[in-house]
Design a protein around this ligand. Structure first.
Ligand SMILES: *[C@@H]1O[C@H](CO)[C@@H](O)[C@H](O)[C@H]1NC(C)=O
Ligand SMILES: *[C@@H]1O[C@H](CO)[C@@H](O)[C@H](O)[C@H]1NC(C)=O
Ligand SMILES: *[C@@H]1O[C@H](CO)[C@@H](O)[C@H](O)[C@H]1NC(C)=O
Ligand SMILES: *[C@@H]1O[C@H](CO)[C@@H](O)[C@H](O)[C@H]1NC(C)=O
Length: 198
């Protein structure tokens, strides 16, 4: 099992960006799963952005929302209905700009519009996003990580006994099961995300 630790440069470069960008922001949750080609595993929950807080700025590193829906499809970006941005990515000097984000559906590339704000802070982009419906999430084209570290993590195993009641009435049978755990300690750095392969 290999764990890739990837980090965005934004945390280290916090001091160097412009005065106007010197505001509180949080890392957008689940950024790595918002890539348009992200493959959702069986039983993995889909991403929905109904809980985003539209009073907060979210940092997305050097990544951006797709600005063209021509190669974006229903089911991409870890969600059912991906959201793209109909407008250009702002430059450094532009300050916070308003843009229209579009929820894609089967019938339209822009079935529902959300007004969002975007700001180019040189070292990273920040977005102010409206919460969406229970079936859609904001899509981001994730650039290859600028730095990563790979490490082997400990796989622990345990033999457990799961109780089962048989058809013969009151008899309890304890059925053996071997369980494997992938255990590793996460870093406190919120800009770090993990790719786990095993
Ligand atoms: C979207 O991308 C396609 C393929 O790259 C291109 O042909 C098209 O002109 C683009 N559309 C816009 C609105 O930029
Ligand atoms: C994107 O925005 C432009 C300019 O406002 C508009 O003409 C166009 O129809 C929009 N595209 C979609 C797919 O909504
Ligand atoms: C931010 O703006 C600069 C130009 O001012 C541009 O080169 C850069 O690509 C933009 N950042 C992103 C992540 O798009
Ligand atoms: C995680 O940290 C705890 C406390 O420092 C330690 O006991 C544990 O062994 C660590 N687990 C792994 C998988 O490194």
């Amino acid at each position: 099992m290999i764990i890739l630790l990837t980090t965005f440069a934004s945390a280290l470069l916090y001091m160097s960006y412009g005065q106007d960008c010197n505001i509180n922001y949080e890392t957008l949750p689940q950024l790595g799963r918002r890539a348009r080609n992200y493959a959702v595993a069986e039983n993995e929950p889909m991403l929905f952005d109904e809980d985003l807080d539209n009073s907060k700025w979210y940092s997305v590193g050097q990544n951006n929302m797709p600005t063209n829906y021509s190669s974006l499809y229903i089911g991409n970006c870890g969600t059912y209905y991906p959201i793209w941005m109909n407008g250009s990515i702002p430059n450094e000097g532009d300050g916070a700009v308003y843009r229209t984000a579009c929820i894609m559906s089967f019938s339209s590339s822009c079935s529902v519009k959300k007004i969002i704000q975007v700001r180019n802070c040189t070292t990273h982009m920040i977005y102010k996003l409206e919460p969406t419906t229970h079936t859609s999430a904001y899509c981001f084209d994730i650039k290859p990580a600028p730095s990563f570290k790979s490490a082997f993590a400990g796989v622990k195993y345990e033999l457990v006994f799961i109780e089962e009641t048989t058809v013969f009435g009151h008899m309890q049978i304890k059925k053996p099961n071997l369980i494997f755990f992938c255990a590793f300690n996460k870093s406190n750095d919120e800009d770090m995300f993990y790719t786990i392969t095993w």
